[in-house]
Design a binder for this molecule. Structure first.
Ligand code: 2NL
Length: 346
């Protein structure tokens, strides 16, 4: 092996590579050629293996010549790639038509959750009677959530609220928004017309009609000469605004520790109109909320003199109102946030 031989091998390699680049049918062939000639185990590397046999003074000359050959081949490959790539693109554009009439992907517009929407509808009705929306904390203390509502520590009525407790002495997740009403009484002087919407929590075995989280709206009115008649008139107006002016209503006796007397408020079943279907447990009626005259003890806890003022309060599960308005059977659907369900309310 001598300098002349190596130089002529390099020249031959270059000429062959340039011819192959010119003749390549497509860019894939160029990729293969690149690997074959210039790759780590390619022909150029093979030729240069001979360099070791040369006298030391000739080696740099071969090195320089080899670099030049590499450069030349790379340039030829690039030129061929530009030519072939352009042709391939032209061919694709000709073959693959774009249908400009295909409808675009629609951007889905957001909307309020049906529970929030219903809570706002409820608030809109009571706003017409002067009720103002307040909010209270979701983490409450035992005192405000229970004791000030006339539910002492060892009272059997505690069984009505299966409570979720939070780390911290006497801290819990509110079981109703009533503690928010207590806070309103403490802060405001009568006349009071307050509406308390909010998320509440109970320790429940979850099924179609029980969730561990639910949304409640409570109302409270305190003034001089506020009576049961005012409560009945207001709730009738509410039911008619929500379920139609001709929807029959009725009041039944009820029990809550924080109201006396207490009532349950029913509307004629929206499914069967009183024909006693399974949806109303064959009673013909559906309870939509509980209410009553605020217990004097609770007024006093709230800093209000029960000799001078009376009050009524009511509370409803928003989920329930929403179900009746939209005829939804399973409460759990609201929590799953499946857009196929939520989208049905638009
Ligand atoms: C229901 C029944 C009710 C109240 C809530 C209340 C609040 C205060 C004082 C007295 Cl501060 N009462 N709230 C009264 C009666 C019934 O809720 O079944 N809710 C889902």
């Amino acid at each position: 092996m001598d300098l002349a031989q190596l130089t002529s091998d390099l020249d031959a390699l270059r000429d062959r590579a340039l011819a192959a680049a010119d003749a390549a049918p497509d860019t894939a062939a160029l990729d293969a050629l690149h690997l074959e000639v210039l790759g780590k185990k390619g022909e150029l590397t093979s030729v240069l293996r001979g360099i070791g046999a040369l006298p030391a003074e000739d080696r740099p000359k071969v090195g320089a010549a080899a670099n030049e050959v590499r450069q030349t081949i790379e340039t030829a490959l690039d030129t061929a790639r530009t030519r072939l790539g352009g042709a391939e693109l032209e061919a694709r554009l000709a073959a693959e038509a774009v249908d400009v009439t295909t409808p675009g992907r629609p951007i889905r517009r957001g909307s309020l959750h049906p529970i929030i929407e219903t809570a706002r509808e409820i608030a809109d009705v009571f706003a017409q009677f002067g009720f103002v929306v307040y909010e209270g904390p979701e983490i409450e203390d035992d005192l405000t959530n229970f004791q000030m509502l006339n539910i002492p520590l060892d009272h059997p009525a505690r069984d009505l609220w299966d409570t979720l407790y939070v780390d911290g002495e006497g801290q819990l997740l509110r079981t109703h928004t009533s503690p928010g009403q207590i806070r309103v009484m403490e802060r405001e002087r009568p006349p009071i017309r307050a509406l308390l919407p909010g998320r509440c929590f109970r320790y429940e075995a979850v099924d179609a009609s029980h969730a561990s989280e639910f949304f409640q709206v409570e109302g409270l009115m305190v003034d001089e000469d506020t009576s049961m008649a005012d409560l009945k008139g207001l709730l009738d107006q509410f039911a008619h605004a929500m379920f139609g002016a001709d929807r029959p209503t009725r009041f039944r006796p009820g029990y809550y520790p924080f109201t006396e007397p207490s009532v349950a408020f029913d509307i004629l079943c929206v499914i069967c109109d009183g024909a006693k279907c399974p949806a109303c447990s064959r009673t013909g009626w559906m309870t939509i909320l509980g209410a009553g005259m605020v217990h004097p003890v609770v007024l006093r806890y709230g800093g209000i003199d029960p000799e001078r003022y009376q009050g009524f309060a009511f509370g409803m599960g928003v989920d329930r109102i929403s179900n009746l308005r939209h005829r939804v059977a399973d409460l759990r659907l609201y929590m799953e946030n499946d857009l196929r369900f939520l989208g049905g309310f638009r």
